[in-house]
Design a protein around this ligand. Structure first.
Ligand SMILES: [Ca+2]
Ligand SMILES: [Ca+2]
Ligand SMILES: [Ca+2]
Length: 274
């Protein structure tokens, strides 16, 4: 009996001691409570509230990649470092506002390698006092002399032309153009015609018509049936020749002009027809 009382007593003590409240400790995160501070969760690393170094020329970074430390990388380009860097011209105060040299015959660029404006000549350029390849009096009278003068003296439209198909009932017409062509400046030696002679090499098939819509019309081969037909010919400097050519144009063509080309395909002169 005594032994039974003793066992109950011991069990009672154990039970009571289990009911005593444990003493908890607060971890540094101010949230977690533990009995032993060793059990606190490890503090999570964090970046400083700001990494701003007040320098426009650095990129300020902080993340797990930088191990939660502030890292500063040079910003390129950097507006405000007194160096005109790639991509900054012309908006940045580090660069000149403009590289314009007021010369339409140079291309104006900012050269980042040299750190200054640089200028490349544009060729050909109308206005540089030099009649360059590709320039003629027609497309650049500023630089080139007039070498040829073309004057339409008469034109005639008809839908029938002897020896050629009738255009009656179509929207097209034959156009006969008579003109004078004067060599005012050509004094080159020509050998194309198997004769060594100075002057302008006239080729009827280098003549074209052009209208307001930008269409071109070639000389008809029946032109040689025209009185005054002028075949390949060298026109000496100062000489004028009269000639006639036949074209087929739509009735609706407007702003028709006769154009003379040289043997290289450059326009030498233009004369209005109608
Ligand atoms: Ca800069
Ligand atoms: Ca320029
Ligand atoms: Ca020029």
């Amino acid at each position: 009996m005594k032994k039974g009382i003793l066992i109950l007593l011991v069990l009672g003590i154990v039970f009571l001691s289990a009911c005593v409240e444990e003493e908890f400790l607060l971890c540094p995160d101010n949230v977690t409570r533990v009995i032993d501070l060793v059990s606190c969760p490890k503090e999570r690393p964090r970046c400083p509230e700001s990494c701003d170094d007040n320098d426009n020329c650095t990129v300020d970074r902080c993340s797990a990649v930088t191990d939660y430390k502030c890292v500063y990388e040079e910003a390129i380009p950097c507006d405000g470092n007194d160096v005109c860097e790639e991509g900054e011209f012309p908006w940045s105060a580090d660069c000149p506002n403009s590289c314009d040299d007021n010369n339409g015959c140079t291309s104006d660029i900012y050269n980042y390698q040299l750190g200054k404006c640089s200028y490349e000549p544009i060729t050909p350029c109308c206005g540089n006092d030099d009649c360059e390849t590709g320039e003629t009096y027609v497309n650049c009278y500023l630089d080139c002399e007039q070498l040829l003068e073309l004057k339409v003296t008469r034109y005639e439209k008809r839908q029938r032309f002897e020896g050629a198909a009738s255009l009656v009932g179509t929207d097209y017409t034959y156009l006969i153009i008579r003109f004078n062509i004067r060599n005012v400046g050509y004094d080159n030696e020509e050998t194309i015609n198997y004769r060594k002679q100075k002057g302008f090499y006239y080729d009827p098939y280098k003549m074209r018509l052009e209208d307001d819509s930008g269409k071109f019309y070639d000389v008809e081969y029946d032109s040689d049936a025209l009185p005054n037909w002028l075949d390949y010919f060298i026109i000496s400097k100062g000489d004028t020749k009269g000639a006639a050519l036949l074209f087929i144009v739509p009735m609706s063509a407007r702003g028709v002009r006769l154009v003379a080309y040289d043997k290289f395909g450059s326009r030498q002169d233009i004369s209005d027809v109608y």
